[in-house]
Design a protein around this ligand. Structure first.
Ligand code: F6P
Length: 549
C-alpha cells in the first residue's frame, strides 16, 4: 500500500499555490467567468445530486485534488476493507460495515461473515415484526406500546437519528424512545409516564460494559422489577451485544438476544442488530430498503471513477477547505426537520473516526485532520448561527441537505424550505458587496450620514463555501444512501490523511479514568456519597497529579 502524501509532497504544495491564487478571486467572479459552472461542478450518483459549484475552486484545483486518491492508494485501501483485511491496524480488526448491507450470495467478508450476518438479520427482523404485530408481548400478554432503547455513542446515535428521520414510515408501530446520558434524567422522565406492562427495553452495547448504558439498564430493570416482579423481567428486556456472558448475567432471554461482531465499529453499527429499534419503528421491509440504499452507495463508491464518485468528491472538497483554505469547521444543515439528528450523528462519525493526529506509522501528522462538525436543522439554523456564517470572523464550510418533496405532505411549506436553502447558499457564495449596499441606499434615499455609518455593517464578504446534497425525498433507501455517503467520505479522508479512522484510543483513555473515579463518588455500601464524593474525587485527582509530576 502507498502512504498518504501529506503537505510536503509536490501535489500538496501545488494545491497551496492554487489556494493562494484563488484567494484573490471571489467565488461570484468564478460564476461570472463560467456560466456553465453548475454543470461542471455537480454530479449525480446513487440517487443523490452533489452540487459543489459554490465551493471556492476551479477546474485546475479539482484536477489536482482528483490526483490525490491514487497517490494515497485509495483503491488499494478500499479493496482491502472490502476483503475484510485488518485495516484497523492498532486494534488488529477488520472493518466490515459494508458486509452488513449485503444481500444473499454476495459473500462480502467471506462465507462465514455472510452467513452470520444474514442469519442474525433474519432473527432480528422476525423479532421486530413480532413486536410490531403484538405477537411478542409483555409478561401480561399485552402488546408493547413503548420501546426504550438504552445505549450510547455508536450504540445510540444511529438508531436514534434514523427513527426520527423515518418517523413518517412508522405506521402504528410502538413509540421508540432513546436513553443514553449517564445522568439518568431522560430515563426518569420516560419512566414517569410509562406503563411497565407495555414497555420493552432494548439494551444496546457492543461491549456490555459501558458505564452509561449499564447504569441506565439497571435502573430500568429495577423499575420493572418493582412494578411487575422478578418473573416479568425477561419478557421486557432485549439486548444487542457481543458480550453474551454479560447478557446472560443481566438476565436477557436467549430469544431476545442479538449479536454483534468485533469488525463493526460502534459508529458504523446502525446497519447491524443495533438498529433493532429502527426495524421495530419502520418494519422489516422498510429496514431492508434502508440497507439497500446503503448498498447502492457502496456499489457507487466501489465502482465510480474518482471524478464521478460522490463520497470521494465530498472528501476532496472537505480536504481542500480544511488543509488549503483554512476552514477547520463544517456546518451540517439539513433542510428537513426529521434529519435534525444528523449533525450529532456526523459529529461522532467524522470526529470519532478522523479526530487523530498520528499517522498509521505512528508519526505526528503535520496537517489538520477531521473538521469540527456542528450544525442543526434549517430553517431554524438561519435564525440562530447563520449570522456568524454570513459575517463572522471564524469562517466555516457548509453542507446543506435538501429533499425535493416534503416528508409530511406539506408541499406548500416545503417549497418555502427549498427557497430558504437555495437563497442562503447563494448569499453565502455571492455575499453583499459595497456596490450593492450603496445601490440599496440610493433606492431607499437614505441620508448620506446614515449611508456612511451603515455601509460596513451591511457588507457580507461572500465566498463562504457550501455543498448542496439534494435528493428526491427522505425515505429509507435515501437515508441509507446518505449515511453510506458519509461513511465512505470519512474513509476516503482517513486514507488521504494517512490515519486510522477506526480506533479511538482517546475516548478509551477518558473512559478508563472515569471508571477509576466511580468508587470515590460512592460510599462503602455503594450508595451515592454526595458532596463528600466530590471532595474524594478532587483528592484522588490531586494524588494522580502529584504521582505524575
Ligand atoms: O464513544 C465511545 C464508544 O466506545 C463507541 O465506540 C461506542 O459506540 C460507545 O462507546 C458505546 O460502547 P458500547 O456499544 O460498547 O456500549
Amino acid at each position: 500500500m502507498h502512504i498518504a502524501p501529506g503537505p510536503r509532497s509536490a501535489s500538496w504544495s501545488e494545491l497551496h499555490s492554487h489556494a493562494q491564487r484563488l484567494a484573490r478571486v471571489a467565488t461570484r467572479e468564478l460564476f461570472e467567468r463560467d456560466p456553465g459552472r453548475f454543470e461542471r461542478f455537480s454530479r449525480r450518483g446513487a440517487g443523490l445530486l452533489l452540487d459543489f459549484s459554490r465551493q471556492h475552486l476551479d477546474e485546475v484545483v479539482l484536477g489536482r485534488l482528483l490526483a490525490l486518491p491514487d497517490a494515497a492508494g485509495l483503491a488499494d485501501y478500499r479493496d482491502a476493507m472490502w476483503r475484510g483485511e485488518k485495516i484497523n491496524v492498532t486494534e488488529q480488526r477488520s472493518v466490515l460495515h459494508v458486509a452488513l448491507r449485503q444481500r444473499p450470495g454476495e459473500r462480502l467478508g467471506g462465507e462465514t461473515v455472510e452467513r452470520e450476518v444474514l442469519e442474525e438479520r433474519e432473527r432480528m427482523l422476525a423479532f421486530a415484526a413480532g413486536v410490531r404485530s403484538g405477537r411478542i408481548a409483555g409478561s401480561d400478554g399485552l402488546p408493547f406500546s413503548l420501546v426504550v432503547h438504552i445505549g450510547i455513542g455508536g450504540s445510540d446515535l444511529g438508531p436514534a437519528m434514523a427513527v426520527q428521520a423515518l418517523a413518517h414510515h412508522a405506521h402504528g408501530a410502538p413509540r421508540c424512545e432513546f436513553v443514553s446520558n449517564v445522568q439518568g434524567c431522560r430515563l426518569a422522565d420516560l419512566l414517569a409516564e410509562a406503563d411497565p406492562r407495555t414497555t420493552l427495553f432494548i439494551v444496546a452495547s457492543k461491549t456490555f460494559t459501558t458505564l452509561e448504558t449499564l447504569s441506565n439498564a439497571h435502573t430500568a430493570r429495577q423499575w420493572l422489577h418493582d412494578r411487575l416482579g422478578a418473573a416479568a423481567v425477561p419478557a421486557h428486556f432485549a439486548a444487542v451485544s457481543l458480550n453474551h456472558r454479560a447478557m446472560d448475567t443481566f438476565g436477557v432471554h436467549p430469544d431476545y438476544r442479538f449479536t454483534m461482531w468485533d469488525w463493526v465499529g460502534g459508529r458504523y453499527s446502525v446497519w447491524s442488530s443495533i438498529g433493532v429499534a429502527l426495524a421495530i419503528a419502520i418494519g422489516p421491509q422498510a429496514y431492508l430498503a434502508f440497507l439497500d440504499g446503503g448498498r447502492e452507495m457502496d456499489a457507487h463508491f466501489h465502482s465510480a471513477p474518482w471524478e464521478q464518485n460522490l463520497p470521494v468528491l465530498l472528501a476532496l472538497i472537505g480536504l481542500w477547505n480544511i488543509n488549503f483554505r483554512d476552514l477547520p469547521t463544517l456546518a451540517i444543515v439539513p433542510y428537513e426537520e426529521r434529519l435534525g439528528g444528523l449533525p450529532a450523528y456526523l459529529q461522532q462519525l467524522e470526529m470519532g473516526s478522523n479526530g487523530k493526529s498520528v499517522t498509521l506509522e505512528g508519526r505526528a501528522t503535520q496537517w489538520q485532520t477531521a473538521p469540527v462538525i456542528w450544525g442543526g436543522a434549517g430553517s431554524n439554523a438561519q435564525h440562530s448561527f447563520y449570522q456568524l456564517l454570513h459575517q463572522g470572523s471564524p469562517r466555516a464550510a457548509l453542507e446543506l441537505l435538501l429533499p425535493a418533496v416534503s416528508s409530511c405532505g406539506n408541499e406548500a411549506q416545503h417549497a418555502l424550505a427549498i427557497a430558504s436553502c437555495l437563497a442562503q447558499a447563494e448569499a453565502f457564495m455571492a455575499g453583499y458587496s459595497s456596490e450593492a449596499v450603496r445601490a440599496e441606499f440610493e433606492r431607499e434615499g437614505l441620508p448620506q450620514e446614515w449611508r456612511e455609518r451603515l455601509e460596513p455593517h451591511k457588507i457580507s464578504p461572500g465566498s463562504r463555501p457550501s455543498t448542496l446534497i439534494a435528493f428526491a425525498r427522505l425515505d429509507p433507501p435515501t437515508l441509507g444512501r446518505l449515511l453510506a455517503l458519509y461513511e465512505h467520505k470519512v474513509f476516503t479522508q482517513g486514507v488521504l490523511w494517512g490515519i486510522n479512522s477506526f480506533d479511538q484510543w482517546g475516548v478509551e483513555f477518558g473512559k478508563r479514568l472515569t471508571e477509576q473515579l466511580v468508587a470515590s463518588v460512592r460510599d462503602p455500601s455503594g450508595q451515592p456519597a454526595g458532596a463528600e464524593g466530590v471532595q474524594k474525587v478532587l483528592e484522588q485527582l490531586a494524588e494522580w497529579r502529584s504521582a505524575r509530576s
